[in-house]
Ligand binder design. Structure first.
Ligand code: C2E
Ligand code: CA
Ligand code: CA
Ligand code: CA
Length: 279
């Protein structure tokens, strides 16, 4: 308030334009959530490496903006996080995923799992387990079909609290995976204490396995460590046959990446991977 006169000094029409653009986007996103219009879930298949079968789907949110077209989450997750409504967004995603799980069940995919991303901020919210329970009840969605993906950074701020929260969620029957593994700073001691089912190796480690022996060693070590902790391993961002062959040789459990499919609408998944699909 006191700096009113100084602010004029720094006034820059370009900055103002940018600020009002972001403000408009924030407003539009709030409205999209309120009216349930424009947000949609795309799905990317997660493939079992041994059988080649469809193992899970990861839900990835998209926003059909009336003016700017199809926006990916990089464009709008941060806006929801910075303005205190990421819980609403993640809630919307969870509900949509539960509804889609019911459709998948009816279409002949019983037991197919959907993995949903959970913002770091929501893991600090004690109400999360209760909310998930309510959602599962109201959508009559079986808990074992739902998986929550959390990042290492989400767990860092208060590890004891995060462990308690995750245990409550897992007690509902929901599975848990640690996302983007290797990019954060979580220690092995914490990893052992977390009630996890799956570890997802970050794409940055997979990218160069064909050319970097160091990256091959790192991925190999991560897989061995995860298996020692009885975790399933998903390799993210698999784009080439070479990467796939390496992961197969190193006993990775599941793979996800453009080699199989980009994230697509559910109808496309159903078309490309019919029920009981075998490669
Ligand atoms: P993520 O959870 O690590 O999701 C994987 C991202 O990698 C997706 O980007 C996916 O399209 C991309 N990807 C998958 N396979 C490949 C590949 O072979 N090569 C390359 N180059 N990229 C690949 P997307 O959909 O843009 O999502 C970006 C991030 O936004 C996600 O990263 C996740 O952290 C976040 N996000 C997505 N949906 C949600 C959501 O519903 N809630 C929250 N809180 N965050 C979300
Ligand atoms: Ca993820
Ligand atoms: Ca990831
Ligand atoms: Ca990522």
């Amino acid at each position: 308030k006191g700096s009113g006169r100084n602010v004029v000094h720094f006034f820059n029409p370009h900055l103002k334009q940018k600020a009002s653009f972001e403000l408009q986007l924030e407003e539009d996103l709030r409205q999209a959530l309120q009216q349930d219009s424009g947000l949609t879930l795309f799905y990317q298949p997660i493939i079992d490496l041994r059988s080649g079968a469809l193992s899970k789907l990861e839900a990835l949110v998209r926003w059909h903006h009336p003016q700017h077209g199809l926006l990916t989450p990089e464009r709008f997750i941060a806006i929801a996080e910075a303005n205190g409504f990421i819980d609403q967004l993640d809630n919307w995603v969870l509900r949509r995923a539960c509804i889609d799980l019911n459709s998948l069940d009816h279409m002949g995919y019983p037991g197919l799992k959907i993995a949903v991303n959970c913002s770091a901020l929501n893991l600090a919210n004690d109400q999360l387990p209760g909310r998930i329970e309510q959602l599962l009840n109201s959508t009559r969605c079986p808990a074992h079909c739902l998986e929550l993906e959390v990042t290492e950074s989400a767990l860092l701020s208060n590890i004891n609290r995060a462990i308690g929260l995750l245990e409550n969620i897992r007690a509902l029957g929901v599975s848990l995976s640690i996302d983007d593994f290797g990019t954060g700073y979580s220690s092995l001691a914490y990893l052992r204490r977390l009630p996890l089912d799956t570890l997802k190796v970050d794409r940055s480690f997979i990218q160069d396995v064909a050319h970097s022996s160091q990256d091959r060693e790192i991925v190999h070590a991560i897989i061995a460590m995860a298996h020692a902790l009885h975790l399933k391993v998903v390799a993210e961002g698999v784009e080439t046959a070479e990467q796939l062959a390496f992961l197969q040789e190193r006993d990775c459990d599941q793979v996800q990446g453009y080699l199989f499919s980009k994230p697509v609408p559910l109808e496309e998944i159903v078309a490309r991977f019919p029920p009981h699909y075998r490669p």
